[in-house]
Design a protein around this ligand. Structure first.
Ligand code: NAI
Length: 468
């Protein structure tokens, strides 16, 4: 039987891969996607962004009903947790969204293959890809995009066992609320999943190697976020690491080393969230001669690897491992193949930590500007003085705007506050258009909204905030 041939084969149906496939089909390409997981959407939809946000939203509602309704004059019996229903709702959200990708593939005539892909050969402009599924088949394409994403990094002293020492995947589905969850890594995953289980009643201790949380984020945001999480009951051991874990009397005993002393901490589960690394196993990158760069696949401005016709995007290549960054690269990669001058604006990648309050940012931090010796101005406004935040009883946090000292171009925006994840979009847009703090200050913002805090922070650049 002759091999099926496509214009484009995308390996991996995560946010980068599925967007590349749909955009390719929209541009008239005959597209195949190879995915080894039984459902589409990759880590993001199946065991990352989406299920974690479903649980963050549910656990936030539980916390509000338990601790915050009374202040609004709503008297309820103390709510009880139905964890099974909470998990079922999360699974339903995941199913609807992954089915949605399958629907979009059908609509765009993207052919999907279930199986593990391996690059067989690249000759005369044709790339042959083996797909090992229920049966093994070979398909060929004029172009191939590698979009296989990443996997959780494992610490040698704390190997995952799927039960006691786990990655985010298992921590999204604990069957009961752990009494004490030890989180290793105070980054995005650690703080988000730590928040979920804290709100549901677990004791949560975060062990972080560095002396601060969310490395790379604005220092003031990280400090204020830590204060807020501490107030919520989360415990922190900064500048510390877990040297090992032993089982004793049905519990886990973790040895935590920090500041010259070692402590033994009793817990039920250990979530290891110390970063992710590109997932390339089985692709046969070496076999076809694809060059790497510091553990990531090396690509040029077209996302082309050193092997003509083979491209790579998302977590496999340089840059932050974020779903939205991969999505942009997926679309831009196929548009450039098609001769369009598309580009990803790497200076404008928003980052969001979905704790409560949420931490969202775009552009440079104050620390980075200082290090680079850039002259800048800073404007700040606290939600305590924002009318809508008062109405919501959500007054923690602030907006910080950083602009060029001369010219006023917006260089960075850092928000800690309610729905910072949605508010950051305004800052991203202004920055993408090369706008200034003055542009924001001159723009009318609806009253009363949380977004007025952004306008007030812009006014504060010239010390003329009205409510500050
Ligand atoms: P991360 O890179 O955000 O944080 C890992 C933390 O672990 C760092 O603070 C690091 O200093 C610390 N660490 C490293 N080794 C350690 C050790 N031995 N002991 C204690 N601490 C140690 O990584 P995370 O949270 O695992 O997330 C993985 C990736 O997924 C990130 O690249 C992130 O961008 C992405 N992600 C993004 C989310 C979002 O956009 N909201 C949510 C979840 C993940």
């Amino acid at each position: 039987m002759s091999e099926e041939t496509f214009d484009l084969i995308v390996i991996g149906a995560g946010p980068g891969g599925y967007v590349a496939a749909i955009r390719g089909a929209q541009l008239g390409m005959k597209v195949a996607v190879v995915e080894k997981r039984g459902s589409l959407g990759g880590v993001c939809l199946n065991e990352g962004c989406i299920p974690s946000k479903a649980l963050l939203d549910s656990s936030e509602l539980y916390h509000l009903a338990k601790d915050r309704f009374a202040v609004h004059g709503i008297e309820v019996q103390p709510p009880t947790l139905n964890l099974g229903q909470m998990m079922a709702r999360k699974d339903d959200v995941v199913k609807k969204l992954t089915d949605g990708i399958a629907f979009l593939f059908k609509k765009n005539k993207v052919v999907s293959f279930l199986g593990t892909a391996s690059l067989l050969s690249s000759e005369n402009g044709t790339h042959r890809v083996e797909v090992k599924g229920e049966e093994t088949k070979v398909i060929s394409g004029k172009k191939v995009i590698l979009a296989t994403g990443s996997e959780a990094v494992q610490i040698p002293t704390l190997p995952f066992d799927g039960e006691s020492v786990v990655s985010a995947r298992e921590a999204l589905s604990f069957p009961t609320v752990p009494e004490h969850l030890l989180v290793v890594g105070g980054g995005y995953i650690g703080l988000e999943l730590g928040s979920v289980w804290l709100r549901l009643g677990a004791k949560v201790t975060v062990v972080e190697l560095l002396p601060r949380l969310v490395a790379g984020s604005d220092g003031q945001v990280a400090e204020a976020l830590q204060r807020s999480l501490k107030k919520q009951g989360m415990a922190f051991m900064l500048g510390a690491k877990v040297a090992g874990v032993a089982k004793k009397d049905g519990k886990l005993l973790a040895r935590v080393e920090g500041e010259g002393e070692t402590q033994e901490i009793s817990c039920d589960k250990v979530l290891v969230a110390v970063g992710r690394r590109p997932l390339t196993a089985g692709l046969n990158l070496e076999g076809v001669g694809i060059a790497m760069d510091g553990g990531r696949i090396r690509v040029d401005a077209d996302y082309a690897t050193n092997v003509p016709g083979i491209y790579a995007i998302g977590d496999l290549i340089a840059g932050p491992m974020l779903a939205h960054k991969a999505m942009e690269e997926g679309a831009v990669c196929v548009e450039r193949m098609h001769g369009e001058p598309s580009q990803v604006d790497y200076g404008c990648i928003p980052g969001v930590c979905y704790t409560w309050p949420e931490a969202a940012s775009v552009g440079k931090t104050e620390e980075a500007l200082k290090e680079e010796g850039v002259a800048y101005k800073s404007g700040k406004f606290s939600f305590i003085a924002n009318g809508r935040a008062k109405c919501m009883d959500e007054t923690e946090g602030f907006v910080k705007l950083l602009t060029e000292a001369e010219g006023g171009r917006l260089l960075g925006v850092h928000i800690l506050g309610p729905r910072a994840s949605d508010m950051i979009a305004e800052a991203v847009t202004v920055m993408a258009f090369g706008g200034s703090g003055e542009d924001i200050a001159l723009t009318m913002h609806a009253h009363p909204t949380l977004s007025e805090a952004i306008k007030e922070a812009a006014l504060d650049l010239d010390k003329r905030a009205i409510h500050g």
